[in-house]
Design a binder for this molecule. Structure first.
Ligand code: ZN
Length: 104
């Protein structure tokens, strides 16, 4: 199982109901479950709740995305961006250092 961390990019590759490796049924019926093809940035991970409010003990991780979407880890694969080239490094440097001050 992938070791998910906040900041990871995830691609949704599985939609709808499925049983994970622990035979737990994940219905995917929640309104905030992403569709296949969704790409999002993980902001937090937690244990998936069951319908009765208790914690699911199947071993899946619930990924919470910055847009409020949530999904269990087997629905996703990690997306690893290519390493930054010289242009990327320059843009990143401009965006992360010496912010310009603008009078409001
Ligand atoms: Zn599971």
């Amino acid at each position: 199982m992938a070791d998910w961390q906040p900041g990871d990019l995830a691609l949704c590759v599985r939609a709808g109901a499925f049983r994970c490796s622990s035979r737990q049924l994940h219905t995917g019926k929640s309104r905030d479950t992403p569709r296949r093809g969704f790409v999002g940035k993980v902001i937090a991970t937690t244990i998936p709740p069951l319908n009765d409010g208790s914690d699911c003990k199947c071993g899946c991780v619930l990924l919470i995305f910055e847009g409020g979407e949530k999904g269990v880890s087997p629905r996703f694969v990690k997306v690893t961006p290519p390493k930054a080239d010289e242009f990327d490094k320059e843009v990143i440097s401009l965006m992360t250092t010496n912010p310009s001050k603008v009078e409001a």
